[in-house]
Design a protein. Structure first.
Ligand code: SAM
Length: 325
């Protein structure tokens, strides 16, 4: 079992397979970075997997593939199959913008993928375009349909933004209700890479929008999930709120993150990371295990979004497209 320096059990590894993305979402990567990580610095699937085996052997039982846009990485299904074949019972999921799902969903399912989290920030073509800076909605909706058709579990992530998609919270929720899938509203997390003019919505404001139409009951957090769940009285539908600005958010944090170039990151907010690249390139399992132990020891107690002040310099410098969110 993996325990961090604050006594929390860590059983969840998020693996970003690329920082590249085919969208330019305003809250994540509004502009192409000055330079991408050179391809030769990316770890191969075999190298990533060597570390993942160490983590799985020590107690990780949940893995999420993310990015950038993970479906941009060639042969992703072969990577998924590697993980699935090693531990068929592992809770294996992927986060995607769904743009490439129409042509990949079946292969991902056949490789052993169980679940997808899909970003859907708007149901209006022009607003989806404004957020992603590309005409994406039609293809994203096709991707969601395809994922459901092939039998993948689907959850939807929406980041409500003031004056942009804040009037679509109920629409996106009802779209999900009709399809029997869960939506999770994610508070916008301020960071240096995002468009500086963006203003997110706090959990309370998001819930107030839902309450304009529905009566809701708080259910609580589901284990170590970052999502606080609510139930709609009128029809029993359950949705989630991911509220990193709340003080209790980090209490049960169970996750660490691995980037495509091998940086092992203990917290989404902070820059600190240690590299496993040298160990896995040399096939040094002991070395990789030692880096993992050090990262767990150093895992911060909590993020700083909880006391975020937009007037202070202290904004997270971590790029979401690098860590995978
Ligand atoms: N490209 C994939 C996608 O669009 O889902 C995976 C990577 S993306 C970085 C993973 C998640 O992070 C998405 O649900 C996205 O909405 C979320 N995200 C990115 N930047 C964020 C921010 N500043 N605040 C809140 N959520 C963010």
């Amino acid at each position: 079992m993996l325990i961090d320096g604050h006594g929390r059990t860590v059983n969840y590894l998020r693996v970003s397979v690329t920082e590249r993305c085919n969208f330019r979402c305003q809250y994540c990567m509004p502009e192409k970075p000055f330079s991408w990580v050179p391809k030769e610095n990316l770890l191969s699937f075999e190298e990533l997997f060597l570390f993942m085996k160490v983590a799985m052997d020590e107690g990780v039982n949940k893995i999420r593939i993310t990015g950038g846009e993970p479906l941009l990485r060639e042969d992703l299904d072969s990577f998924i199959k590697m993980i699935h074949d090693y531990k068929p019972d592992i809770d294996l999921a992927l986060t995607t913008n769904a743009y490439l799902l129409p042509q990949t969903a079946q292969r991902l399912k056949d490789a052993g993928l169980k679940r997808l989290n899909i970003s859907l920030d708007s149901l209006k073509p022009e607003i989806a375009h404004k957020i992603a800076q590309k005409d994406v909605l039609n293809q994203v909706l096709k991707g969601i349909d395809k994922a459901l058709e092939v039998g993948l579990g689907v959850k939807i992530n929406m980041v409500p933004l003031q004056g942009i998609n804040d009037n679509e919270i109920i629409d996106v929720m009802e779209y999900c209700m009709k399809r029997g899938i869960k939506v999770r509203f994610i508070e916008y997390m301020e960071n240096r890479h995002a468009n500086i003019d963006l203003r997110g919505m706090h959990g309370k404001e998001i819930l107030a929008k839902v309450k304009e139409k529905y009566t809701i009951h708080a259910l609580g957090r589901e284990g170590a999930s970052p999502s606080f769940n609510y139930k709609i009285e009128e029809n029993g539908y359950e949705f989630g709120l991911i509220d990193p600005h709340k003080h209790d958010f980090c209490e049960n944090c169970n996750r660490i993150r691995l980037t495509a170039e091998g940086n092992l990151i203990p917290c989404l907010y902070f820059d600190e990371a240690l590299s496993i690249a040298k160990s896995v390139k040399e096939g040094d399992i002991q070395g990789a295990a030692e880096v993992l132990a050090q990262v767990l020891k150093d895992k911060p107690k909590e993020n700083r979004w909880s006391d975020f002040d937009p007037n202070e310099e202290d904004v997270s410098t971590r790029a979401f497209y690098e860590t995978g969110g």
